[in-house]
Design a protein around this ligand. Structure first.
Ligand SMILES: Cc1cc2nc3c(=O)[nH]c(=O)nc-3n(C[C@H](O)[C@H](O)[C@H](O)COP(=O)(O)O)c2cc1C
Length: 448
């Protein structure tokens, strides 16, 4: 029977390992075991120093091997703004054998509510205060994650569409505590140049098809620039949050093949969007993917920053929970959201419309914001509605994969007859058990 090991690698896909891969897989196990052992030690123990040196070496060799495609990537959680995949989430994912990803996107609004609500503060000053908070908080979350897992692989997700993108990326990379930067939302023209200053941080561009990789490969070759170390493509049809432009009739395998035609065979390509079961992971690895990312599954755990009660009421109620793909995001993109709270959302949107425009913090650049500019009357203030999700507001914006309805009755979310939000290790154990589930992730197979 096919198995997924503790980091969700499918063992039989790699059953014909060459000698070097055997060594790397053993190193992988040693690294995972070593991280567990470290949690039982204190710096004054004799073994501590020796073990930390070993772990430093193992992590760096394994990271290199992943980016050289010598071994697959462990699963990673999706980066989730605002304040959803924070340091505690990334730390827990790393401690469960995965790649932990904090969000570096708009971490400031929840820390700056007093400023935002203060009508005395002028626009420029308000924007400045919130942007400073974005940086400080993104860095703080990296530090929290690192403290929880000193030798795990740590990533940060930042959206390029933000006006303070470069400042946030530099602040995060300057910590020297992260391993991978994931960048999505937009065409990150300045990224190869910025990352030339941070050779120790790998960077992955999030794409929906081959056009962006083509562009990134080209600009990465320019003098003073660096090429992307890898790509992450989202299956727009399924992914939670904003959707990229993608021909939904193409299967993930076809998208991968097109990306490979552009970038060649050397760099890893990761995939996410609708990965819900062990069977999805197997399917992905079999089609040549180097690693998977899970957003919604991580959101529905105790370590995401979304309050359990909100998850239970809006995400896990078969009577209420419903997703829809809508074109109302102020970014102009379509997004998949959970509309279980539609009434509350609409009421708040109407109530605060005028008030909130006067408190704008230019989170996605007010000149391009379809809410601020009134370009789309159905649009909303994304900073206001999305930051409220982690604060537990019933009218908040609730992103979700449109496979949510399919998974909400999974046994993972029930304990002793009650609705239950699992831990990260419980999620991993469940995914391991579902390799025989039957994949619906692959659009080719959907409904088959
Ligand atoms: C609540 C939520 C917030 C998200 N925020 C971001 C984000 O800030 N940046 C980003 O690149 N992707 C974001 N995503 C997408 C995830 O990182 C991930 O790519 C996606 O959720 C994978 O699809 P899945 O949810 O079907 O697993 C978000 C997804 C959700 C559910």
């Amino acid at each position: 029977m096919t198995k997924l090991d503790k980091s969700l690698f499918p063992e039989d896909v790699f059953s014909e390992k060459n000698e070097e891969q055997e060594v790397l897989f053993t190193m992988f196990t040693d690294w995972q075991e070593g991280m567990k052992e470290l949690q039982t030690l204190t710096p004054s123990d004799d073994r501590y120093q020796e073990l930390t040196e070993q772990l430093e070496f193992l992590k760096s060799r394994l990271l290199e091997a992943m980016f050289l495609r010598e071994i697959p990537f462990p699963w990673a959680n999706g980066g989730m703004a605002i304040d959803i995949s924070t340091g505690k989430c990334a730390g827990a994912v790393m401690n469960a054998g995965g790649i932990g990803v904090t969000t570096g996107t708009l971490c400031g609004p929840n820390q700056s509510q007093e400023t935002i609500n203060n009508s005395e503060i002028k626009f420029d000053e308000r924007v400045n205060i919130v942007q400073n908070a974005n940086k400080t908080e993104a860095v703080r979350q990296v530090e929290i994650a690192r403290e929880k897992s000193p030798f795990g692989i740590l990533g940060v997700n930042v959206m390029h569409a933000l006006p303070d993108f470069e400042a946030v990326v530099r602040a995060i990379c300057d910590t020297k505590k992260i391993d991978i930067l994931y960048v999505g939302a937009g065409i990150p023209k300045n990224l190869p140049k910025i990352m030339a200053d941070y050779p120790d941080v790998k960077f992955i561009t999030i794409v929906s098809e081959e056009n962006l990789p083509k562009f990134m490969e080209k600009i990465g070759k320019k003098e003073g620039s660096r090429e992307a170390d890898g790509y992450y493509f989202e299956i727009s049809k399924f992914a939670g949050g904003h959707k990229g432009r993608q021909d939904e009739n193409r299967s993930p395998k076809e998208i991968l093949e097109q990306i490979r035609l552009v970038i060649g065979e050397e760099k890893p390509v990761l995939m996410g969007g609708g990965v819900m079961y062990g069977s999805d992971i197997l399917e992905a690895f079999k089609s040549g993917i180097d690693g998977v990312i899970m957003g919604l599954r991580t959101l529905l755990t105790q370590k995401s920053n979304a309050p359990d009660e909100i998850l239970k009421e809006f995400y896990l109620d078969p009577e209420k929970t419903k997703t829809a793909t809508v074109r109302t995001s102020p970014t102009g993109l379509t997004s998949c959201i959970n509309i279980a709270n539609q009434e509350e959302f609409d009421a708040e949107r109407k109530n605060i419309e005028k008030y909130i425009r006067s408190r704008c913090v230019s989170c996605i650049n007010h000149k391009r914001c379809q809410f601020f500019t009134k370009k789309n009357p159905e649009s909303y203030c994304i900073g206001h509605h999305l930051s409220a999700f982690s604060r537990g507001a019933r009218w908040s914006l609730m992103f979700a994969s449109n496979r949510l309805e399919e998974i909400l009755t999974d046994s993972l979310y029930t304990k002793n007859g009650e609705r239950y939000i699992p831990t990260i290790p419980e999620l991993v154990a469940y995914i391991q058990k579902t390799v025989e589930h039957g994949t619906t992730w692959n659009p080719e197979k959907k409904g088959a």
